[in-house]
Design a protein around this ligand. Sequence first.
Ligand SMILES: Nc1nc2c(ncn2[C@@H]2O[C@H](COP(=O)(O)OP(=O)(O)OP(=O)(O)O)[C@@H](O)[C@H]2O)c(=O)[nH]1
Length: 274
Amino acid sequence: MSLGKGALWRRPWPSARTASSTRSGWSCVTAASAAPSRAVASMFWVDAELGSDIYLDGIVSVVDSKYGLKHLTEERADGAVNEATRQVALADLIILNKTDLALEEDLNRLRMTIRSINGLGRILETQRSRVDLRAVLDLHAFDALSGISLQNKMLRVATAQPHLDHSIVTVTFEVPGNAQEESLNVFIQNLLWEKTVRSKAGQCMEVIRLKGLVSLRDKPHQVIVQGVHELYDLEETPVSWASNSARTNRLVFIGRNLDKEVLQQLFATTVLEA
Ligand SMILES: Nc1nc2c(ncn2[C@@H]2O[C@H](COP(=O)(O)OP(=O)(O)OP(=O)(O)O)[C@@H](O)[C@H]2O)c(=O)[nH]1
């Protein structure tokens, strides 16, 4: 199958479980820029919460190997984050297409740049956007099932250096202990809604994507935290805490002006149980 740019997947009915048996059960909504991707993602995500029979499976961005680096490093006159970077930041799956047209050295720089922006999304390299459907369907990027794969993925995510000053970057931290649900909500709302959390340099932190696995005392299972711009959700996963291992909270943020130390300290002092 060949994928278009800025593709977003949704599943029209829940019984459509596997890619092979249900190709007709999937729809792909394409968007040429991050603004509609974000709007559509928000719409389907909220819609699923309302009990609809469609749900958002994941966000896919296609990057052109030949011009990707140019697009990702473009600085806008108004200082805003450029469109290509926003799309990569939002994605659960990044398809790096036209790899035959780029030199290996340039491809490596592009891979590193994509990784520094989005340390969580999977990168799939293609030519003519040919992909194995099993790699793009059933991403479960927005449901509690993603907690299972997220646990392993998060262990491999590292806080990255931005590829440009003030560009979008992935930041991650882990704090052991139990989080208080109400305080966790306040922490997330201050970040996503109130935008009152600032870096040490005094810049407002702007979060585009947020994922985490946290421990709430009364919950026997890990709780997944998901955020896309202003929308967020907490949901218990099927993964239970092992009785012989310490409970912990691991969060990954993708956004601008993110200050790992400030975020980690704020979480430790305002969200963790005393
Ligand atoms: N060599 C090569 N050419 C490709 C590949 N994928 C697409 N093309 C060709 O590139 C041209 C433009 O295709 P796309 O980039 O997919 O089209 P598009 O998404 O509408 O183009 P943009 O919106 O400008 O990115 C077409 O002639 C395709 O056949 C690839 O992997 N390798």
